[in-house]
Design a protein around this ligand. Structure first.
Ligand code: MG
Length: 397
């Protein structure tokens, strides 16, 4: 069952201090929100992530989440309450019609893949399910003058965390009904579901999935990330790897070419089994070359009908996945297109953004260049387009 995630980032809380709402604060050099989004886009089965933002925070969002990041939909503007914001996020997913919707607070960046999977699995069994932890502290009700009025029995009490997961159609219907009946006081989605008569299960989470609310929480988050990074550099020597790729496709009658993930109107198309995106093929081979892991033809044989007409971004994303599986990261890639036409300059930034999205890296780490060959050779005779690429990775030594 396909899974989509709604990340709620529309709050403007600045209790954590600083100039910006806490979900945009930097931890380990990245926005809290981006860390949260990455946890979901890398979780098994999640095919779409949408972030709900405050209308004043669009610029902050753009600075925090790379444009074109794979599986991340354009941000949605939220409403005056959390409930309205979640509903806006769910409405934005209607066209995708996911089987399961997971709703999560942007300010919980330490959510782990196992917990996300456990909540999704519980929903697959036909109920709603929320991540929650049993209360550990003894509870007191405060009375007048700061004295204790009562000790509250904590048996059976859980603190509700997120993600909270539901059948998409059911939670969207529940939110719509709550809105149409003027109910705007629900503080989480489980409460909306309970009100709508849906059963909701408790899935045990961990205290690591805390919500960044105060300056203390933010400091704790930064300590955790600093420790992670320290452990990584202390225990893992890294080695740089470089790979190169080269590819050629010939022109055939047509009206557009795909180059580096961008379709460009032209007086010909490129011929090939897939979309013949020569730039992305060279790039895929560069990454595979740096890994020492074969080449594009080996992993995606042209004899296999499933790749007929395939979007070549699939090949690039697969190569990037192989880097991730080896515990590595891509530090930069560079593509050169060799052709007399079409002109590449006007499309260069769109190509860089497209590639950055496929690789999950910043566009600043992507180079796209073009050159003619002075009318010499097959590219000069406009018989086809050639592309070369390089990729540099860091892999655990
Ligand atoms: Mg090719």
């Amino acid at each position: 069952m396909s899974i989509a995630a709604v990340i709620v980032a529309a709050g403007r809380g600045t209790r954590a201090g600083g100039e910006v709402p806490k979900q945009y604060a930097l931890i380990g050099g990245e926005a809290v929100l981006w860390r949260t989004v990455q946890a979901f886009r890398s979780a098994p089965g999640v095919t779409a992530v949408v972030v709900v933002v405050h209308p004043d925070d669009i610029d902050l969002y753009r600075r925090s989440v790379p444009t074109g990041a794979e599986n991340v939909l354009p941000p949605v503007v939220g409403g005056a309450t959390r409930q309205q914001s979640v509903r806006a996020g769910l409405e934005a997913l209607e066209g995708h019609a996911p089987g399961i919707a997971l709703i999560h607070d942007a300010a919980r960046p330490f959510i782990d893949g196992a917990t996300i999977a456990a909540v999704a699995a519980a929903v697959s069994e036909g109920r709603g399910a929320i991540c929650a932890v049993p209360l550990a502290d003894t509870l007191k009700r405060a009375g007048p003058g700061g004295t204790i009025a009562a000790t509250v029995d904590r048996a059976g009490l859980w603190a509700a965390h997120t993600p909270q997961g539901f059948r998409f159609a059911e939670i969207l219907a529940a939110h719509r009904r709550a809105a149409s009946e003027g109910r705007s006081d629900f503080t989480d989605d489980a409460a909306v579901a309970e009100w709508a008569g849906l059963a909701v299960a408790l899935v045990p989470g961990t205290s690591a999935n805390f919500k960044i609310t105060t300056a203390e929480d933010l400091a704790r988050a930064r300590r955790i990330v600093a420790e992670e990074q320290h452990v990584q550099t202390r225990t893992t020597a890294v080695e740089p790897r470089t790979g190169t790729g080269f590819d050629v496709h010939r022109f055939a009658p047509g009206s557009s070419v795909w180059l580096c993930g961008v379709e460009i109107p032209h007086d010909a198309r490129l011929e090939g089994h897939s979309d013949a995106d020569v730039g992305l093929h060279a790039l895929t081979d560069a990454i595979l070359g740096a890994l020492g892991d074969g080449d594009i033809g080996q992993h995606f044989p042209p004899s296999d009908p499933q790749w007929k007409g395939a979007a070549s971004r699939v090949f690039v994303a697969d190569a990037a996945r192989r880097v991730g599986e080896r515990g590595g990261r891509i530090t930069n890639v560079d593509v050169t297109l060799l052709c007399e036409a079409p002109r590449i300059g006007p499309h260069r930034d769109a190509m860089r953004q497209a590639i950055a999205g496929m690789l999950g890296i910043d566009a600043g780490r992507v180079g796209v260049k073009a050159t003619t060959t002075e009318s010499l050779g097959f590219t000069g005779r406009r018989e086809g387009i050639a592309a070369m690429a390089s990729a540099t990775l860091l892999l655990p030594a």
